[in-house]
Design a protein around this ligand. Structure first.
Ligand SMILES: [Zn+2]
Ligand SMILES: [Zn+2]
Length: 252
């Protein structure tokens, strides 16, 4: 009589078979790696993962000179103008080396990047997710969604929600204004561009909730700021933001 085979064993066999035909590749440079959804050692070294010390509000990493700062220290930009979100946290510094990971995920249909990026987000946002009631992705305007076919922030939000056990609401926020691309705009221009671009259709879905907003990149924080402001107006008690990439010197 044949021994019954466990589901895990079947899965492992399937993985091995698949790896023989299509071995897992580094998300960034494409060399063969041991596990799917990973970076090779060289690419891993090139990505600057964000670790403390960083600004308690916007999460921008402090340079070496500030290594003895307290956990509650805020950066100059946040001291001058407090963002509408309480805290923002990011996985890594968005620079020349890390940019391809996001641009491929966003524009080249590489939705298979979601588990890797999502896993890093759950780790970077552990503190925010621990006290959250609801996850809300930054929405795309419906016309942009038609040309792009998927909203990268919603994909990340779904993964983060499943792996943090915090429910997500994908329709809480609506993008009512079809804003031009933020690229090339100054910090003030970006804020003006997205001002009143987001609304909450049904305040009951967010009222009294501690929310974590999800987006791919934080540049000046203008988009997340506008989203947080709309959620607060609808009665959210707190709004944090969790992203993959963080532009290091936004010059807000
Ligand atoms: Zn690589
Ligand atoms: Zn700051």
């Amino acid at each position: 009589m044949l021994n019954p085979i466990s589901f895990d064993r079947l899965k492992a066999l399937g993985r091995r078979g698949l790896d023989a035909v299509m071995p897992p590749r580094c998300l960034k440079c494409g060399v063969v790696v041991a596990d799917p959804g990973a970076l090779c050692a060289m690419c891993f070294d090139e990505v600057t993962f964000i670790t403390p010390p960083y600004c308690a509000r916007c999460g921008i990493p402090f340079v070496d000179v500030y290594t003895n700062v307290v956990d509650t220290a805020v950066c100059g930009a946040c001291a001058k103008r407090s963002p509408s979100f309480d805290r923002a946290r990011a996985v890594y510094v968005y620079d020349e080396k890390s940019r391809p990971l996001i641009t491929r995920f966003k524009h080249a249909d590489r939705t298979d990047f979601t588990p890797a990026l999502g896993r890093w987000m759950v780790r970077a946002g552990a503190e925010l997710l621990g006290g959250a009631d609801l996850i809300v992705p930054v929405p795309l305007h419906r016309w942009r969604l038609l040309t792009r076919t998927y909203n990268q922030s919603a994909l990340l939000a779904r993964w983060v929600s499943r792996h943090s056990c915090v429910p997500a609401n994908y329709n809480a926020l609506h993008r009512t204004k079809r804003t031009p691309s933020q690229g090339g705009l100054s910090a003030v221009g970006r804020r003006r561009n997205v001002a009143r671009a987001f609304t909450v259709k049904d305040a009951a879905t967010v009222a009294g909730k501690q929310i974590v907003l999800i987006d791919d990149v934080l540049t000046t924080g203008a988009t997340l700021d506008a989203c947080a402001s709309a959620l607060r107006h609808a009665g959210a008690v707190g709004v944090d933001a969790l992203v993959v990439g963080r532009v290091p010197a936004p010059g807000r």
